[in-house]
Write a protein that binds this ligand. Structure first.
Ligand code: ATP
Ligand code: MG
Length: 204
């Protein structure tokens, strides 16, 4: 099996941007946000289970999950959040494992998992943990620019995530994404060299 690096970090820290840079260097990317999105669109495998658990109210006209409605619900209702997670996580894990099997032949895999540190199933799939970190003020600013959420809403999401310091302690590697895109790309290139060397050694 080739090297699988779990890429994680708080909302808006730059996970997707870093993953894209790894991809340009030849890494195979598995993106669990994308998997979750696919599962919850109109023809998605999770729709029947979501309808059964939450009712038609959370299914939009077009048959996909009502994302805004669901976001609002799980924001204020911890039980609903856990119910949605326990329904989606096994499907996401399944799909990620299937993609991992397709990655055979790629030098290494970068698996983007926002909640990696709290997910034993995903931790079992990765040999190395990479955390993308940035200052909280930058995090708030980047998420706000992208999503129209208020500072209050962004901070509430941040508060629900694994603490920043706790996340850093769990990491083998850290990207500090406080600078510009060139600074991010440079760190990605350095890690790419390390990961490429690691999987060369594995292959011997
Ligand atoms: N070094 C950087 N310089 C400038 N902008 C950046 C940098 N890194 C990321 N961004 C911008 O910040 C925003 C958040 O980045 P990105 O989407 O990669 O984060 P993420 O961790 O994947 O977020 P999410 O948790 O929501 O999936 C994006 O609009 C991205 O273009
Ligand atoms: Mg992302």
């Amino acid at each position: 099996m080739n090297l699988c690096v779990g890429l994680t970090g708080g909302i808006g820290c730059g996970k997707s941007t870093a993953a894209k840079l790894f991809q340009e260097l030849g890494a195979f990317i598995i993106d669990t946000d994308e998997i979750a999105h696919r599962l919850t669109r109109a023809d998605g495998r999770a729709i029947d289970a979501i309808r059964a658990a939450f009712g038609d109210r959370y299914i939009a006209e077009d048959g996909s999950m009502d994302r805004a409605g669901m976001r609002e619900l799980i924001f204020s209702d911890g039980l609903a959040k856990r119910r949605l997670e326990s329904l989606l996580h096994p499907m996401i894990l399944d799909s990620a494992q299937a993609q991992l099997r397709q990655a055979e032949g790629s030098p290494y895999v970068v698996m983007v998992v926002p909640l990696l540190l709290g997910s034993p199933g995903f931790l079992r799939l990765v040999q190395r943990i990479l955390v993308v970190d940035c200052d909280e003020s930058r995090q708030v600013e980047r998420v706000r620019q992208r999503s129209q959420l208020s500072e209050h809403e962004v901070r509430a999401i941040m508060a629900q995530q694994v603490g920043r310091m706790e996340g850093l302690r769990g990491a083998h590697d850290v990207i500090h994404n406080n600078g510009d895109l060139a600074g991010l790309a440079k760190q990605v290139a350095e890690l790419h060299n390390i990961y490429s060397a690691l999987c060369r050694n594995n292959g011997d």
